[in-house]
Design a protein around this ligand. Structure first.
Ligand code: RAM
Length: 340
């Protein structure tokens, strides 16, 4: 008998310890709150990592997570998913947008029904969201890539951009800053000959890169501000034996780019932690749903392991900034290639 009582006590202590260790009581299964995230399209390892981060955050709090993406990176595909999520009566939708304005009607409908809407990574305009989760300052992301390619090609020659879709909010904002940076006198001997769009699809990005090389035989450098594009460009440069002749930088996943960085095809590139972008969006979504933030400038909330975060201004809207872009190069790629 004594043994049974002691055992029961041990189990009770363990159970209470477990609950308090997580810091929060998991929500009851019944009527569990539902948090959705919609990425640009399926089949993008960056998107999978971003969604994984969102999932970790939501599940840390014991809520239900719904991960969605259309097969192709289109507005129509995302609108169909938003409509489904409204019908499912989710509590929050976090959008990685395929267009800055075209989703707003569907998102306004969601917000009218009490669903908290935010964007991350690739924004919708202020009218379509309560807050945006920004991976890093767009100006910095844009300018740093031009500075990098300048150094690689010694400040002279033709360059091209291999982007994602022509409507992607994030890539378009970064390209605008690239064009601004190019106006500085130090770039007078460099010429941006083309912005090509591989639509974040592997095969299309490969063929767009091949077309760039064919149409601009004097091309010295390529900037791909998309993880799909930069990996495709690396592959083409390798296959055509153009290392050192055509330089490459941009935004890449260390796991996909390690071999090109190690071989010198891409001397260096930038990115942030996509898992953290998703994780931060998850905590922001929960703070919107529990009412601790509304999306207004100056509000703060606890973002799990990322600590306290503050909402700041972003043009007409508001945003939460993750941090600064990180430079990946031969000296540090080995330690990051297994992380993301
Ligand atoms: C691609 C996507 C994503 C972008 C990264 C850098 O995976 O377009 O939205 O943030 O590249």
């Amino acid at each position: 008998m004594k043994k049974i009582i002691t055992m029961t006590m041990v189990l009770l202590v363990l159970a209470t310890g477990f609950l308090s260790a997580s810091g929060q009581q998991p929500a009851a299964d019944e009527g569990k709150k539902k948090f959705a995230i919609v990425f640009k399209n399926t089949g993008n390892p960056y998107g999978e990592k971003e969604m994984a981060g969102y999932k970790i955050a939501i599940e840390e709090m014991g809520y239900e997570v719904i991960l969605k993406a259309p097969a192709q990176p289109t507005v129509d595909g995302q609108i169909a998913i938003i409509e489904e999520l409204i019908a499912q009566r989710v509590d929050a939708i976090a959008m990685v947008a395929n267009d800055v304005d075209a989703l707003n009607m569907a998102l306004a409908k969601a917000m009218k029904q009490g669903i908290k809407v935010l964007s991350l990574d690739s924004a919708v305009s202020a009218a379509g969201r309560l807050v945006h989760i920004n991976q890093a300052d767009p100006e910095l992301i844009g300018r740093v890539q031009i500075q990098a390619i300048k150094e690689m090609i010694n400040g002279e020659g033709q360059i091209a951009v291999l982007s994602a879709t022509s409507q992607a909010t994030n890539q378009n904002a970064w390209i605008e800053w690239m064009i601004e940076e190019l106006k500085e006198p130090e770039y007078s001997k460099m010429e941006l000959v083309k912005v090509a769009y591989g639509d974040d699809l592997r095969d299309k990005s490969v063929s767009e890169m091949e077309a760039l090389l064919k149409n601009y035989p004097n091309l010295k450098g390529v900037i791909a501000p998309t993880t799909v594009g930069i990996a495709a460009a690396g592959l083409v440069i390798e296959e055509k034996g153009l290392k050192g002749q055509v330089h490459l930088t941009g935004l890449g996943l260390p796991s996909e780019m390690a071999s090109y960085i190690e071989s010198g095809i891409c001397e260096w590139m930038y990115l942030w932690n996509p898992i953290d972008v998703g994780y931060l969006a998850g905590y922001a979504a929960m703070a919107l749903v529990d009412g601790s933030i509304t999306g207004a400038v100056g509000e703060t909330f606890e973002a799990g392991r990322l600590g306290k975060k503050e909402i700041i201004a972003d043009g007409n809207g508001t945003q939460i900034m993750l941090g600064a872009p990180f430079k990946f190069e031969a000296s540090n790629i080995a330690e990051w290639k297994t992380v993301y």
